[in-house]
Each structure stands twice: as C-alpha cells, then as structure tokens.
Design a protein around this ligand. Sequence first.
Ligand code: IVH
Length: 725
Amino acid sequence: MADEDRGVGMSHEEAAGRLEDLRRAIRHHDYQYYVLDNPEVSDADYDQLMRELLRLEAAYPDLVSPDSPSQKVAGVAAATFSPVRHQTPLLSLENAYSVAELEAFDRRVHALVPGEDVRYVAELKIDGLSVALRYEDGVLVQAATRGDGEVGEDVTANVRTIKSVPKRLKSLGDRARGAISEAGDGWTIIVRGEVFMPVEAFEKVNRAREEAGEALFANPRNCAAGSLRQLDPKVTAGRELDAFLYEILHCDPPALAPSTHWETLRFLKELGFKTNPESTFCPDIGAVAEYCQSWDERRFDLPYETDGVVVKVDSLEQRARLGFRAKSPRWSIAFKYPAQKAETTVRDITVNVGRTGVLTPVAELEPVRLAGSTVSRASLHNEDIVREKDVRIGDTVIIQKAGEVIPEVVEVVAAKRTGDERVFEMPTRCPVCGALVVREPGEAAHRCTNGLACPAQVWESLIHFGSRDGMDIEGLGPKIIGQLLETGLIHDPAGLYKLTEEQLVEMERLGPKSAQNLVRAIDASRARPLNRLLYALGLRHVGDRAAYLLATHFGRLDRLAAASEDELQQVPEIGEKIAASIVEFFAREVNRDLVRRLAESGVNMTMPGAGEGAAVAGPGAGQGAGPGAGGGPDGQGPAVALPLAGLTFVLTGTLASIQRRDAEERIRALGGRPSSSVSKKTDYVVAGENPGSKLEKARELVASGQAPGLRIIGEDELKRLIGHA
Ligand code: IVH
C-alpha cells in the first residue's frame, strides 16, 4: 500500500511506528495495573492512549495485528494462582466522558434496534475488581478474577472469606424452581460482580501499614486487589472486603435467568447476593443523564468508591441482538467522572509524631476546595515519598483525593518553580520531645526512640485508647486529652480512671454537665470486653480483628500475656508479626505495670462468652513462654526497640568471614529472628557463596511482587547490619 496520509496527519510508515509505540505503552500499563496492581498513569491518560490506538487502527485496518491490545481485554493472569478459563469471557466497557457521549451511545443502540423503545438500568460503577462466581446447585464452587477476560485466577479460598459473598444461595423463587424441575436435576449459575474495599476499611489498613513502616496502598481498589490476590487467605480474611454482584454470565438451565436486567438484579438479591441499592431503572437516556448528574457530588458521601456509572440496556433480548465488539458489549457503556484534582501551594512541611512514634511529614497547603470539602493538609507519608515526588516548601502542587477521601499530593508543577522553594529534611531529633530519631533497616518510617516518654506518643495513644473502636469514651477528644496531659492530671490511660468531676471542671471549655458526662463515659468503659481493651492498648500490628480473635481464644488478658510466640500463632489468622509484637509488648515492665493499674481500677480483663477454659495451656506448654520469650527484649530495658526487632533473616550459602552460628546469634541479640525458610514474611535473605534454592525462591517472591519488603543482601551488608567488624 502506498504511503499515504489517511486524515491522521501521518504516513503509513509513520503510523506503523506510532502503533508499535502505543501497543508497547498500553501493554506496559496493563501489566502495571492488572498484574502488579500498581498503575503508573491515570485512567484518563490510559484511555487517551487506547483511543489513539483505535483511531489509528481504524484509519489503517491493514496494520491491525491479532495481538494488539485493541483485540483483547487487558491483563494477564499471574502465575501464582491456578488459571481458570472463563466459560463466558469477562468483557470490559467502552467509556463516555460527557452527556453528549452518552447520547451518541443511545443513538448507536437505537440504530441497531430501529423503531423500538430502549430502556436502561443505571448502576454505580464500583471501583474494585471484577470476579466471576460459579455456583453449582446453589453452592459456591469457584471464584475467579477477570485476568485477561478469558483466563483469570482461581481465588476461591480468598473470596470465601468475604462475608457478603454467599457460600450457599438462598432458596429459589417459584419461577426459577419451575425452570429447574422442567430441565431435570442440577443447576449452575455464574455471576459477575465487583469485589471492593470500603473506604473506612482501606484507611484502617493504610493506618496500620503507616504505623508499621510498610508501603501504603494508593487507593481502595489497589488495596482490594492486593488483598484478594494474597496467597494466604488468612490475610484476605483480615481485610474486610465486600462485593456487589450485577450480572449473570451463564446459567443452566438457561430459563433460570430472567428476561430483563432489572429483574436479574432482583433475582440476584433473592438468591442472597449483595446488589447495589442505588441501581435505577431508566425509561430513556435522559433519565440516565440525570442519574449521572445526581451522583456527581453525592458519590463522595458513599462508604465505598465509585468512579462512574455503568449504563446497561435492560432487555436481554435486545442485548443479544446488539452483540459485542472485540473488547466490549454494544449494549453497555461506562460514564466516567473526571478525576477530582486541584492546584494549590505548599506553605510548609511539618512533621507529625504518631502513636507508635512514626514521624510523618505533612504538607501544609493553601486551603482549596476539592471533591466536597476544603483541603489544607496532605500526608506525605515518609521521607522516600517526599524525595520521590520531590515536594519542596513553596512548591505549586496538584492534589487529589485518594479513595476520594484522603487528600494526597499527586505531583509538583515544576514549571511554576521560582527557585525560592526549600528542600525538606527529615529531622534527626523528635520535633516534640527532642529524642533521637531512627530509621530501622527495611522500614520506610522514621521513629522517635522515646516510646511513651514522648508526649506526642502518649497523646496519640490516649486518643486511640478512647476511640470508638477502642474503649469508646465519648467526650474524650484530643483537646481534653492535651489539657489533661499538660496539667499533669494523667500520664497514661490508667490515669483516666482516677479522674473526678471536680478535676475536670477545671479544664477549659468543660462545664459541670460535660465533666459529669465524661466521668460517666470513662466509668462505663470499664466494662468493655477484652477485645476492645486489647485494641485500645495499641499493640503494633494488632488491629480490631486480631484483637477479637486473640480475646476469644485466650478469654483473659493474663493468659494472653503469658503466651509464647508459638502459642499465639496457634490462633487462626495470627501470624509471626502479630505474635512477636504481643510478646514484645508484654515483655516490657512499663506495659505490664499499665495493665496491672488498669485492672486495679476495675477495668474488665475478660472476654464474655470465651469461657473459663479458653486456651488454657496444656501441661508443659508454658515452658519458654511469657515475657522475654521469642528473642524479644528482656523486659527490664528502656522502651527503645532493638535495631533488628521484628526482622526475619534467612542465611543461604557459605559466609566467608563469619561463622553462620555467630551471625545468627548476633541477629538474635539485636532483636532479629534467624529462620531456615524463605517466605513472603522474610525481611532479609543473606546470600553467601554458592547460595541454594532459598535465594531462587526469594528472587521469585520479589519479582512477582509478593514480598515487596524482602531484601536480598550480601555478606558485607549483613556485617554492617549486625555491627561486625
Ligand atoms: S458491567 C459486560 N457493572 O467496570 C459487562 N461493571 O470498565 C461489564 N464495574 O470491568 C461489566 N461496577 O470491573 C459492570 N455495576 C457494574 C460495575 C462494573 C464496576 C467494573 C467492572 C468492569 C469495569 C468496566
């Protein structure tokens, strides 16, 4: 074919080159998004690439290759889960960015079913991950991710941990029962839906990760993806995932399925699936446009994230005639809201000291309206993120809401730099108490080393102690806590239980009535069950679910405090990290003393219903248990973490200048834990000469993204860590 221009401003040869570039870029972004759960570009930027590809391919049909991303739904299945070939492909949707584009969609639909009425159903587009659930005779037998649309991953064990997904369906209505009895015995239904993470659960996961110095999830969708694609279903179970179901992909006998989408949603609900209550029947595209507009602002009030509206033709018979393109059905379109972003300036970068001493840099912003509220601060999380984004004091920045709730700095507008901006330095001393700040190996976070001698940590721990998920002490806000600490009336949570109304009325802005209420609220909190107390004490890695599991297993705080790491790990869902953290907590005299004083003040230390016999250690089981077990600190030392506390090391191969036994002893002495097998929980793999399969395994875990915190180091680096000459 001659090198001609087909209205796209380039020759055939140039188009071939550009197409190659576009395909490479799209494949790269697909991999980042679908496999690594780590998108590098916004949806809008990705769509722009895809649109350019489609436009060019339309102009040069001879250049369309069968493996072009336009010919296939994006994504590839990761090798770590068994592949599942979908019986019905899981297609994706074309996007519309304006009412005009919605109307164009409606015209295309009408042109294909001429002269007919077309009714629609409008549904919120849940920002999560598509899954296909297969039920045989009403029992969940398989759950698969979308993968590339044709082959997904088997995530049955993980999906079974999602509370809202029925493991067994409810009884069928008369119509469906009739269809089955006519067809014979068994019946199968495959439904499609969206697994997502509610915003509150996402924030909780990230708060815990921030405190633990772990990498944060960028948004609830990534957090949901990361949680669903965990090889260990225990991790998924602790993550509060949820799911809305919205399509029947396949059903046998076919007469089981209703004939419209609106009835399908009702049928799914009858079967026991969670369907989105906001879905609406729309007699025409005008009603669809109204629905989209009505959610433009309101969507920020929802407890989960949506990034648009999915519009679907209601009649399944019309759908069948409308059919599909290579990648998407002609009977549906996704209306996407523009990303909510705003430009502002960074007035300052301050440092917040959290409950566990983590120092968090915070951008103090010129206040700006964004997605339903005024934003004046945005967490910059840690030093690495400040460096990576190169945010400086005085910079003009673009901000957006991650999870539509938490403001974050997306990027610096480099073109607006004047040269007067100042580079931020992480302080070497705690900005609150002046104690030394350390960054532990393998952690992204800097921490104040002063423990509960740092007023900021005491203040944050008290806020946490009285919080709704903790001891739920109404009226005990951050301001009152600040005053109580400043006036020396309390030093820790036990002090709360000694407060009197007379002392409280002395506080600023606290009248006699409020003082009385606060004393009553504190008193009422004495009776909270053990799981709440345990959560309120704020042990590292012990969130509300772990606290509940531990409290029900042990029944009493003294039994939990005396348990060894091994005994703790017998509790379902409790892994190494949590177990080590509990042992470390109770090994410290200051913590044991706090618990003693709380008990003396009448705070409940038991779990109702857990029974007297809960987790009584069997004969001999107590040996090696209790404070100090598991290589933790000796319980008498200062409340400063040992440099390798909580870190797991695996040594492989021969070390040239240090005996393996000596190296392991030194790791233990510094609070670390030598281990013989590599897992995704391993922090360091030390490769000596002629390393074995452990190094291979570590490389695999790192390459597949399953162990983002795992570092492979050599002997020299190990020696530096353990201070060996
Ligand atoms: S219908 C062929 N309905 O959006 C039917 N999808 O961009 C396709 N999504 O991959 C799906 N909420 O993961 C549908 N109510 C909803 C949805 C929804 C979210 C996701 C789904 C799909 C993507 C398309």
